[in-house]
Structure formats: structure tokens, C-alpha cells
Design a protein around this ligand. Structure first.
Ligand SMILES: CC(=O)SCCNC(=O)CCNC(=O)[C@H](O)C(C)(C)COP(=O)(O)OP(=O)(O)OC[C@H]1O[C@@H](n2cnc3c(N)ncnc32)[C@H](O)[C@@H]1OP(=O)(O)O
Ligand SMILES: CC(C)C(=O)C(=O)O
Length: 510
């Protein structure tokens, strides 16, 4: 199988997204993750652009091994020298030179003639090759470049020693078949020797991934992509979409990459967090909805057999917490019943049917039905008729910057009023230990989440916990302005949901 080299430009073209500016430390963190994802080349920045970018490229070249580290450079001596100094500590240093070849760029931006451009390509590539073994030449705006002139530019770069020839569609203008033809014709007209052909696409027409895949079909050796598709203007071809398309449709492309697909979700989250570029929910492969199903017929299909509506196994791309079934107006009984069961309830068939009718009524009134709404519906049915097993009457916590915190609780339960105290590594652990003593229930804390539900300093804090008993999870939740109080009550809430099975078995038969 032919190997396609993945040239990741998240830290260079991706950083050109408006509003994004990464520190050297943040770039290093992303570069380390890109190395785990096993990209072939990391374009770490543009060394001549600023001292910070120089430092970032150099730090990455020093610290991240087993991958080629590259810097962008204009076709000028100073840019080339800065790029060289920054990326030379890499195992495989690479300078990425670019010069525009389209008439509009040459005439208005560079103010150079065709001959001058050819001459500058020749001298810049030759100079860069005296510095590093890998020199990529990009004919900027190649998509709008007169093809015969593009052939001349590529011949010049190859004879000057370029090891990679990139034909970027800088402004995202080309259609897939046109882009593919350019590579096919280029190979026919230029003796490339050992030089690789590379594709670099922008998403101005939403075609960056389609164009990249078309270029692969046309025989390119390398593709230039960014995580989450971030980049100048509408962005670049997204790494994850190209990677998954190649893996899933190996029958069509017959190529492979070195990528460790299971690192995709983690890399996506890191890039989103550090760049501040939020991944849209409907983004392919890494969006929050990429593996979520809302409509009843789809949910029923997925419950019976995942592949009815899912072509990608979320685990393959490293999605571990998969919120597969999203409840809403379009959901059906199968998904609703499963959801109620996952919340820890075992209800009679009749109760389930009644609850489902109430759920549908609520969906007509509310745009989004949250887990809390469903809990409230079930609680109305279950707690409406049963007493809460435990209530928290009093809570006192002592904590600070010392290792141990202490908590005292007073809980009313079947054994009467009990007061207990405990220490913990933090206030929440101390509270939960004290509650465990006061209730005597044997539950294991499985998850703990805290978030603010309103803005500002006086925000309400929401705590959600899950406790595990005999392999079953019970969810508890509480909202309060004091997060420790919310933590204690959410825990008691989860314990109550578990104990309801003992105190009101008649409600929970199945
Ligand atoms: C398609 C792409 O993504 S290209 C990469 C885009 N990335 C960036 O621009 C990175 C951030 N850029 C910067 O920090 C700055 O623009 C710098 C440091 C690179 C240059 O800054 P300045 O020297 O102030 O120049 P400025 O950006 O205003 O203008 C660009 C100059 O480079 C010239 N130029 C543009 N491309 C090239 C090239 N490939 N080779 C040589 N010169 C070039 C322009 O013609 C212009 O020259 P002029 O000053 O003689 O008119
Ligand atoms: C520097 C080149 C490859 C580029 O980013 C583009 O043309 O979009």
C-alpha cells in the first residue's frame, strides 16, 4: 500500500485563524500530542514572523523527536536563515519556502515579473538546500496559476533541489476534479525525480477535504492538514476527516498513513482548548453530535445494531464517553426506556408507558429536554409516592490550604438522626466520607462533575454525581450557591435513588 505523508500545519496555518495566538508552551503541548498522533511532519510555525514563533519552532525542534519539524519561510535570505536556526535541532529539519505564482499575486502583491519569480524560486531553494536536507517549495495560489507557468515554476524548484513540491489551493477556489487534474498533468510534464508531490487545501467553498482526497486519488504523496480544520479564513482540510476517510474507504484509496487514529479525539480537544476555537457540534468525526442519534427510528436501529446508522466506531477515533442517544422530540420508546434504565430506575411496563407519554408532552413544550427534566419526570412518579430515605440537616466543613479537610454532617434516615465527622484529602472527600458513615450505605463514587449554571461571582453551582452499587449507576444532582452544599446534597440524592429500590419496591418492579 502506498504511504501518504501527513504534514500537520495546525501550529502554522491553523494558528493563522483570526483571533488565535499560541504561546511557545502551548505549541509545545500540541506538538507533543501531534507526535503521539504520529503525523510525519509538524509545521511548527513561521520562525521569521516573531521572536515568540522562532522560540516555539526551536523548542519543538529540540523537544519533539521522531518527527520532522518544519518552519515556513518567504523566499528571502533572512526568512530562510531564521527558519534554519529554529528548526535545525530537529531529527529531520525542514524549511517550507513559498512564493506566489498566480498573475494576480505576482502583479499586485509581489510586484514581480514571471522571470523574477522564477529566478527567486531558484536562488531561494538552492540557498535553503545548503542549510537543511528537506526543502518544500509551495507555489502560492497555484490553483489560480496559469498551468504552463506553474510547470516552469515547479521545474525550477525541482532542479534547484526542492524535496517536496506543494501545489496549494491557497484561496480554496478549485473543484475536486480540477485539482486532481493539475497533479496528474504535473506528473506527466515534469520529471520530479525523488521529489514528493503535496496538496494543501483551503475551505472557502467547503471543499478542502474533498479536494485533498481528490489529490490523493491523483497520486500525491503528502497532504497538508490541520486538526479540527482550523486555519486562515474558512480553514484548511481537517486532519481527522481526511484520516478517517482514508482508513474507512481504503477500498477506494488503497493508501495508508502512520496515524494513530485513537489519538484523534484527544488531539482535537487539546487544540480546541488551547486555541479557543470551539468545535461545532455537527463537525464530522470530532463534533459533540458526530456519534449522537436523536430520532426514534435511528435510535432504535442503533440500539439493535450500532452500524445501522454509524459508519465510524467512535472508539477507533478515541471517543470514550459517547453520548449516543440524545433524547428529544424525535425520540422513540426504545431509546427513552433505555435512558431511564441507565439513570438507575427499574420501572413497571405501565409506569414506563405513562412516563413516555409525559415525556413527549414535555418535548412539545421545551426545545431541549435535559437529563434533569427526565429525572424530574421519573422522580414525580417515584418520589411522589415514596419518602426520601435520607435528608441532610446540617453540614459544616473546615478546609484551607492544608492537606486535610474535615466535615461534619447530620443526616436523618431510617435509623433516626445521626451526626458523623470525617477527614479527607479535600472538602468533598471529607463530606462524602462523613455521609457514608452517617448513612451506613455502601456506595462507591463513580463520577463527580461540577459546573456553574449562571454567570457571575454569585453563580449557582451544579454538582452531578454517580454512585455505583453492584455494577449499577445511580445519578444524583443538586444546584446551590454553595458548591460544597450542592456536593453533599447531590451525593445524598444519588444514594436516595439507590435506596428507593429497597424502601419502595412496589414502584420499581419489572
Ligand atoms: C498563504 C499563506 O498562508 S502565507 C503565510 C502567511 N503567514 C504570515 O503572514 C505570518 C505572519 N506574518 C508576519 O508576521 C509578517 O507579515 C512578516 C513578519 C512575515 C512580514 O512582515 P513585514 O515585513 O512587515 O511585511 P508585510 O507583511 O507587511 O508585507 C509582506 C511583504 O512580503 C512580501 N512577500 C510576500 N510573500 C513573499 C514571499 N513568498 N517571498 C518574498 N516576499 C514575499 C510582500 O510582497 C511584502 O513585501 P513589500 O514589503 O516589499 O511590499
Ligand atoms: C504557504 C502556503 C502553503 C499556504 O499556506 C497556502 O498557500 O495556503
Amino acid at each position: 500500500m502506498k504511504h501518504i505523508q501527513i504534514f500537520d500545519t495546525t501550529l502554522r496555518d491553523g494558528e493563522q485563524s483570526p483571533g488565535v495566538s499560541l504561546t511557545a508552551g502551548e505549541k509545545l503541548e500540541i506538538a507533543r500530542q501531534l507526535a503521539k498522533l504520529r503525523v510525519d511532519v509538524i509545521e511548527a510555525g513561521y520562525a521569521a514572523a516573531s521572536p515568540g514563533d522562532f522560540a516555539a519552532v526551536q523548542t519543538i525542534a529540540r523537544a519533539v523527536k521522531g518527527v520532522s519539524v518544519c518552519s515556513l519561510a518567504r523566499a528571502t535570505e533572512n526568512d530562510i536563515l531564521r527558519a534554519y536556526e529554529a528548526c535545525s535541532p530537529s531529527d529531520a529539519p525542514c524549511i517550507h519556502l513559498f512564493l506566489a505564482t498566480s498573475d494576480v499575486h505576482m502583479q499586485h502583491k509581489l510586484r514581480m515579473t514571471r522571470d523574477q519569480v522564477l529566478q527567486q524560486i531558484d536562488s531561494a531553494v538552492r540557498f535553503a538546500r545548503t542549510k537543511v536536507p528537506f526543502v518544500e517549495f509551495s507555489a502560492e495560489d497555484s490553483g489560480r496559476t496559469d498551468f504552463d507557468f506553474l510547470v516552469q515554476a515547479v521545474k525550477t524548484a525541482v532542479s534547484a533541489g526542492a524535496t517536496v513540491i506543494n501545489l496549494p489551493d491557497t484561496v480554496g477556489y478549485l473543484l475536486p476534479q480540477e485539482y486532481a487534474q493539475r497533479f496528474i498533468r504535473m506528473r506527466e510534464q515534469v520529471e520530479l525525480g525523488s521529489a514528493l508531490l503535496s496538496a494543501h487545501c483551503h475551505d472557502d467553498l467547503g471543499l478542502a477535504v474533498a479536494n485533498t482526497l481528490a489529490a490523493i486519488s491523483a497520486g500525491v504523496d503528502q497532504v497538508e492538514v490541520t486538526m479540527n480544520g482550523i486555519g486562515e479564513r474558512a480553514g484548511n482540510a481537517s486532519l481527522e476527516e481526511v484520516a478517517v476517510a482514508l482508513a474507512l474507504r481504503a477500498d477506494m484509496y488503497g493508501v495508508d498513513t502512520k496515524l494513530e487514529l485513537s489519538q484523534i479525539a484527544r488531539t482535537s480537544k487539546l487544540v480546541s482548548r488551547l486555541t479557543g476555537m470551539v468545535v461545532p457540534g455537527n463537525k464530522a468525526v470530532v463534533g459533540a453530535n458526530a456519534f449522537a442519534h436523536e430520532s426514534g427510528i435511528h435510535q432504535d436501529g442503533v440500539l439493535k445494531e450500532r452500524t445501522t446508522y454509524e459508519i465510524i466506531d467512535p472508539q477507533v477515533v478515541g471517543v470514550v464517553e459517547n453520548k449516543q442517544l440524545v433524547l428529544g422530540k424525535h425520540s422513540g420508546r426504545h431509546a427513552f426506556f433505555k435512558h431511564v434504565e441507565e439513570l438507575g430506575y427499574v420501572l413497571s411496563d405501565q409506569d414506563l408507558q405513562n412516563l413516555f407519554m409525559r415525556f413527549k408532552e414535555l418535548c412539545d413544550k421545551k426545545k431541549q429536554v435535559t437529563e434533569e427534566d427526565i429525572l424530574a419526570l421519573v422522580d414525580e412518579r417515584v418520589y411522589g409516592e415514596a419518602q426520601h430515605t435520607y435528608t441532610l440537616d446540617y453540614l459544616h466543613v473546615s478546609c484551607g490550604n492544608q492537606p486535610l479537610s474535615t466535615a461534619t454532617v447530620r443526616v436523618t434516615g431510617p435509623q433516626g438522626v445521626r451526626e458523623e465527622a470525617a477527614v479527607g484529602n479535600g472538602p468533598v472527600e471529607a463530606i462524602y466520607r462523613a455521609i457514608d458513615r452517617a448513612t451506613g450505605e455502601e456506595v462507591e463514587l463513580a463520577t463527580y462533575q461540577i459546573s456553574s449554571v449562571t454567570p457571575g461571582q454569585d453563580a449557582l453551582g451544579e454538582v452531578r454525581v454517580q454512585v455505583r452499587v453492584n455494577h449499577r449507576l445511580f445519578t444524583g444532582r443538586h444546584v446551590a450557591s454553595d458548591v460544597l452544599d450542592a456536593s453533599a446534597r447531590a451525593y445524598i440524592d444519588a444514594i436516595n435513588r439507590y435506596t428507593i429500590m429497597r424502601v419502595a419496591p412496589a414502584l420499581l418492579v419489572k
